[in-house]
Design a protein around this ligand. Structure first.
Ligand code: SAH
Length: 353
């Protein structure tokens, strides 16, 4: 009999599962709350011993295990390499801000999007994570740090909209009042621009923040660093963003990784301002536009160089002059190589040791 994964179940599914086992359904809510605190069914002393034993046999308890943990001496950022139940590994990072702890989680083992500057995609995609494995990263990090995690960004390894069903299930699980109860407004989902996924998400009525990895102002440059752009170009992507904003009222933020000599010239900044303003600002839509500039993290395999500080500042100033809010991403965890994909690669291509 295939073991059913407990952490992927909503309370009503857990109730149905308990009934299938011939157990009273009322235990579901209690179990759900305890599991979301990281307590395994085997440790649930409020359950009768025979039920605990039965659950250990027929159900899968797959909270990710900490394989490696690095803590930044500079700012307290914690980076985890988590082992999943099949030995594959993913990374999560806990960042400490004044407004609370934010966790960056992974959505897939590897990635098949092929962005040229990114370490996560080098070995391709191994598999999708289940909703329970997405949730498990938040639970395991909260349990380990002993602190509340109040914000989540889906910006780790993988493309969340390429694992759509499990990601949406995870959003419902992590928001559940009987579980971690993290508000949708405290969750950001970052995508390389899968337009069909953005259109689907728009209909879910989940007030999360959408973040678009844009990285270039025109199709030629974008297609040369992000293969996804050959399927959906800049125009189609920004039209989907406008539709998303109109339907949900939720602000979208744009990520722009600056690569020296590739997309960081003043001309690129002018083009970016023009393309964003023309697509997102018209009489019907006055979307506030926010661009997060990220000096590219040099990954040995990619050969790309980080833009110098002066170029980054100039780029930001041009955007600001055109009415676009531009922030330069602060580097956290610089001493522990906190950007994603690199720890897993160092641990072997499938992440298993
Ligand atoms: N697939 C999703 C989420 C994962 S990547 C997405 O593309 O948005 C998270 C962010 O890190 C993206 O904006 C991605 O483009 C960026 N990124 C990847 N490699 C990077 C690198 N070497 N330097 C800086 N940013 C990088």
């Amino acid at each position: 009999m295939e073991q059913r994964e407990l952490l992927s179940m909503m309370p009503e599914e857990l109730r149905a599962f308990l009934l299938e086992l011939g157990e009273p359904g009322y235990r579901a809510d209690q179990m759900f709350s305890q599991m979301h605190k990281g307590i395994s069914p085997g440790e649930m002393t409020n359950l009768p011993l025979p039920l605990r034993k039965k659950l250990c046999e027929v159900a899968l308890w797959n909270l990710p295990q900490i394989r490696k943990k690095l803590v930044s001496a500079i700012d307290g950022t914690v980076k985890y390499l988590f082992a999943l139940s099949d030995g594959n590994c993913v990374e999560s990072v806990v960042m400490r801000y004044e407004h609370g702890n934010t966790i960056c989680i992974s959505s897939q083992v590897g990635c098949r999007m092929g962005c040229k500057f990114c370490a996560s995609t080098i070995g391709g995609k191994v598999r999708d994570l289940s909703a329970g494995e997405l949730l498990g990263q938040v639970i395991a990090a909260g349990k380990d740090t002993g602190e509340r995690i109040s914000n989540i960004v889906l910006m780790g390894i993988g493309e969340p909209l390429d694992n759509y069903g499990q990601v949406v299930r995870f959003l419902h699980l992590v928001n559940h009042p009987a579980g971690l109860n993290i508000g949708y407004r405290h969750i950001s989902l970052s995508t390389c621009g899968l337009v069909d996924g953005i259109e689907k998400l728009q209909k879910e009525d989940l007030p999360i923040t959408l973040s678009i990895s844009l990285h270039a102002p025109d199709d030629e440059t974008r297609s040369s660093i992000m293969p996804v752009n050959k399927r959906w170009g800049v125009d189609a992507l920004l039209n989907a963003c406008r539709a998303y904003f109109r339907a949900t009222g939720r602000r979208i933020s744009f990520e722009y990784t600056l690569i020296s000599g590739k997309n960081d010239s003043p001309k690129d900044a002018e083009k970016l301002a023009q393309v964003l303003n023309s697509h997102l600002r018209d009489r019907q839509s006055t979307m506030p536009i926010h661009v997060n500039l990220i000096p590219v993290n040099a990954v040995a395999e990619t050969g790309f160089q980080t833009s110098d500080r002066a170029a980054v500042r100039k780029f930001a100033a041009i955007l600001e002059a055109k009415g676009i809010r531009a922030t330069i991403r602060r580097t956290l965890g610089a001493d522990i190589n906190a950007s994603c994909g690199q720890l897993r690669r160092a641990a072997g291509s499938a992440g298993a040791e």
